[in-house]
Design a protein around this ligand. Sequence first.
Ligand code: IMP
Length: 421
Amino acid sequence: MSTLALLGLQWGDEGKGKIIDHLAADFDVTVRFQGGGNAGHTVVVDGQKYVLHHVPSGILQPGKTAYIADGTVLDVETLLEELEALERAGVDAEGRLLIGWGTHLVMPYHKELDAAAESGAGEDRIGTTRRGIGPCYADRRARLGVRFRDLFRPATLLERLRKSLEEKNVLFQRLYDRPAMDAGELCERYRSLGARLSGMGRHTPSWLGEALERGRSVLFEGAQGTLLDADWGTYPFVTSSTTSVSAVAQGTGLPPRAVDRVLGVIKAYTTRVGRGPFPTELEGPEGEHLRRRGDEFGATTGRPRRCGWLDAVAGRYAVALNGADGLVLTKLDVLTGLDEIRVCTSYGLEEGFSPDPEDLADLSLSFRTFPGWREDISRAQSPSDLPEACLRYVRGLEPLLGAPVRLVSVGPERRQVFEME
Ligand code: IMP
């Protein structure tokens, strides 16, 4: 098998970083293809915790190539901080990191606009990560973006910044009561930041296409989750990129058939950060149990995550949308100690599922209840190490979600994962 896409099936934070790290050992190249610094992929190796926002988690496997492809939006300052942190931890990333020439850059004005819009929106806010993601993708489509290749063409960079700032400076001064930004200053600052990344630029469809032709294997690392997809998620409470499988082709320039296999990552319960519908949310002690035991606080923003039961209605939708061939079930250990575990099996809607917040406001949910278990499962290395009730839960999810569980994760460490036979 030469290519595999790994995608989140919920509202992000499914534990993809750790699974990518596990799978990356078997792939030559790991590619991020959408999203930006809003992602916070956490990997723990021998007690050392890494939080990666831009660099594909595959970088932690020695000798492997990590590729930031054009469909992402890149905050150069965050990337440089990340590279320094990796270097301090003894990971030599710079020689193994490549960046697509067409990758759009998140500029300081994108972050300012994101924060200003959120602060001014009151109850209508989305609850974004304030990393400038929405304004950067908006500029991309409005043809006002600055791209990675522009960092190395000073005249173009200045011209692009001037054009992009024309309207924004009016907004800053007249609407948001903030100082205007200067294109010349930004141009100098970004040229000097960019100098440290020179040598990493590549034309993505050619580079990846050739790698595949030469028989190299490629792992596509999704960020956020399917329910945050700009088109198919719970709009408008979504991120601004496509987070489902079609983003692989769109963000790399490879044809859709370049994806051989799709694995969907789903947490054994559900979490969400930011605002928006969450049908199975638990506000009482069970929600608190999940938040505390699952350490459910944002890797990027530190915000407490909202927690609830696994939603198999939304999960089934996400499996279908991505054509997932199999599932990776994460954080199963967090459920240990609960008397019973519930899974939502119906919204009581005629159409089964709807991503529309108004449809989701008033549902009659049905649940299937599974008995809980008390045994510690954090050292399990095969399905036979799981208590009967736990195994029944894992197997019970397969028909509800419409795909087989291939991998199970039972803790944050690299070794706490095993294959289902
Ligand atoms: P943005 O992507 O920063 O614009 O935020 C839009 C929505 O997506 C907010 O609800 C965020 O909390 C959510 N979001 C963005 N990135 C992530 C992520 O990596 N994990 C979980 N939620 C995310």
